[in-house]
Design a protein around this ligand. Structure first.
Ligand code: AMP
Length: 586
């Protein structure tokens, strides 16, 4: 179906064609023919960003009595920003109909100009519920000729506590007015409003109930809670062309994250309720115009912000309710474009993801926090593409290029490239030089792969960080017994030929060796070493959990088990070594 197949005036067709609308979106294809042909109430389950405004706006404009300057349609929405956006859209759709008067009335702004505009005559009022009730109380709004009432983002309005205001408004419009309700989700409270104020409404569902936008990929990264910010940084760093919103739970967290990003050179701004309306307007304008790349926002402050083409939504913290998740992720993947919603969680929040998955009917894709090396690679390739596609500036540069080149003439092309890269990516290269892996591994290990200590282990050494799911074991033989990392690995392989274990950080001291294995494999390693009666430089090899001299696993106990004195704590050894050094020095 095309717009031209619908009963729309040539002026409206011209108006939307100027906006580039050619084919109706699914919600428009469903809702518009119904509204153009029927006066019955309607409930539409539709996500944000699906073209809802035109779906109800065009039929409203089509039916407007242009010579009558009293309000004929009332559109209620949750926020000032959405209110202004809807009014702007309606004005754009009716750009060829100069007699159409649309007024946005919302809180947080001087009421006097709004009252003045209302008294000059308008046909469509777009309002936030609180301000609308205010106007009604002042008896400044004549609703006697209202024919259509739209409740846009009804679930959000109820979430924000506007239930009472909605009831007041709805009881002030004529009974015969057609009521249209749009909601991304259908919680009980919305169904209650629909039941109370609507007469056998037509139900239209576009997409699945409660489902996020179809073309949104939901991803999750699992990190230690203290690594949340570092994980966010890496996600941003690996997506150089990101244009997105980072959702936080509280105003202070929003401010902190935005401040940190700002200090570290990211183009990020906060948006939350502690900012003045003026500050919020400035930030939203800058974000809309893409002067700001990353908006760090609370759910409430971001409501109604209509920005298209978001590449990413990042949940710095998962929201407690599904509605908020749906609204957040609905801000990406708009107008047919693919979007990504990434949630940063820690191990104990898996249940939240499962709850959302169940309600959405969609699986989250588990994604790893990128390593430093991956980030550097992406940044390099991005830079290469930028260089390749860059439009070369001429003019003033040409006058100095020879002199410029003469300074570099002793360098090879490769050297010059490397130096430009160093200048361009200096910060990222230094930051990620020995960055640790941030991924929190699941406790269960379905498959156990053999691995020699390699580069990753060295990176972990450098970073000085133990993989969160690894546990440190101590072996009662060390350098004096001829133990090397290679020999340690082969001891483990000899002890258990049937399975292979990932070995993390290895630290061999004179009489002991410390090494990491996945927590899930620790007991198996202890058991197999104990069973194998291995010998190293004349000493029977024993192993236990490091720093666990008292509560050592029972399996390692036996006639030949290493006694407590064989397993001093690492700190004790260091202390003893220091003492010995001091003594020998004196
Ligand atoms: P909405 O859900 O009304 O906020 O619309 C989301 C975005 O899609 C807005 O930027 C609209 O301008 C755009 N849009 C709505 N309908 C169409 C259409 N039929 N063709 C192209 N873009 C559209």
């Amino acid at each position: 179906m095309k717009f031209t197949d619908m009963e729309l005036s040539s002026e409206l067709l011209e108006g939307i064609s100027a906006l580039g609308f050619e084919i109706p979106t699914p919600v428009q294809g469903e809702v518009m023919p119904f509204l153009l042909g029927s006066r019955r109430d309607m409930v539409a389950l539709a996500q944000t960003g699906t073209g809802k405004t035109a779906a109800f706006g065009l039929p409203i404009l089509q039916r407007l009595r242009l010579d009558d300057a009293t309000p004929q349609a009332l559109i209620l929405c949750p926020t000032r920003e959405l209110c202004m956006q809807i009014a702007r859209d309606l004005r754009n759709f009716s750009s060829c109909l100069p007699k159409v008067k649309v007024l946005a009335v919302y809180g947080g702004a001087d009421i006097r100009p709004q009252l003045a505009s209302l008294s000059h005559g308008v046909q469509i009022v777009v309002a936030t519920p609180g301000r609308m009730v205010d106007l009604l109380r002042r008896k400044k709004a004549d609703f006697s000729r209202i024919e259509r009432v739209v409740l846009d983002e009804a679930d959000e309005m109820l979430n924000m506590g506007f239930e009472e205001d909605l009831e007041t408004i709805l009881s002030n419009v004529p009974d015969e007015a057609q009521t249209l309700l749009f909601s991304a989700t259908m919680p009980r409270e919305v169904a209650k409003i629909a039941h109370k104020y609507m007469d056998k409404p037509e139900e239209i569902t576009v997409g699945t109930r409660n489902a996020g936008a179809e073309n949104v990929v939901h991803e999750v990264v699992v990190v230690h809670a203290k690594d949340r910010y570092r994980a966010l940084r890496r996600i941003v760093d690996v997506s150089p062309d990101m244009y997105g919103i980072v959702f936080c739970r509280t105003r202070s967290e929003t401010q902190q994250v935005a401040d940190k990003l700002g200090k570290e050179g990211y183009n990020a701004e906060p948006l939350h309720g502690d900012l003045s309306q003026q500050q919020r307007d400035r930030v939203m304008k800058a974000f809309r115009e893409r002067q700001v790349q990353i908006l760090v926002a609370t759910d409430v402050a971001a409501r109604g912000l209509d920005v298209n083409d978001l590449t990413h939504v990042i949940n710095y913290n998962l929201p407690d309710d599904l509605n908020s998740y749906t609204h957040r992720s609905g801000r990406t993947g708009r107008a047919g474009k693919e979007g990504i919603s990434i949630s940063i969680i820690h191990m104990r929040e898996h249940y939240k993801v499962q709850r959302i998955e169940k309600a959405l009917g969609k699986k989250f894709r588990e994604r790893r926090v990128p390593t430093g090396d991956e980030i550097i690679r992406v940044r390099l390739m991005n830079l290469a593409e930028k260089v390749r596609d860059c439009k070369v500036v001429t003019g003033p540069v040409d006058n100095h290029i020879d002199e410029f080149c003469s300074i570099l003439e002793d360098l090879s092309v490769e050297e010059v490239i490397k130096r430009f890269i160093s200048i361009q990516l200096h910060h990222a290269i230094n930051y990620y030089r020995s960055a640790p892996d941030l991924n929190e591994e699941p406790e269960r290990h379905e498959s156990r792969g053999s691995r020699k200590p390699g580069r990753d282990d060295r990176e972990r050494h450098d970073g000085g960080k133990r993989m969160p799911s690894m546990v440190e074991l101590v072996m009662n033989v060390g350098r004096t017994n001829g133990l090397t990392p290679k020999k340690l690995i082969s001891l483990l392989n000899v002890a258990d030929r049937d399975s292979s274990v990932d070995v993390g950080r290895i630290n061999i001291v004179n009489m002991q060796a410390y090494f990491e294995v996945p927590r899930a494999d620790a007991q198996g390693v202890i058991d197999s070493i104990t069973r194998s009666h291995l010998d190293m430089g004349g000493r029977k090899v024993g192993v236990a959990i490091a720093g666990n001299t008292r509560g050592r696993p029972a399996q390692s106990r036996g006639p030949n088990r290493p006694g407590p004195s064989s397993f001093p704590r690492k700190r004790q050894i260091e202390k003893r070594n220091k003492k010995q050094k001091r003594r020998s020095g004196s």
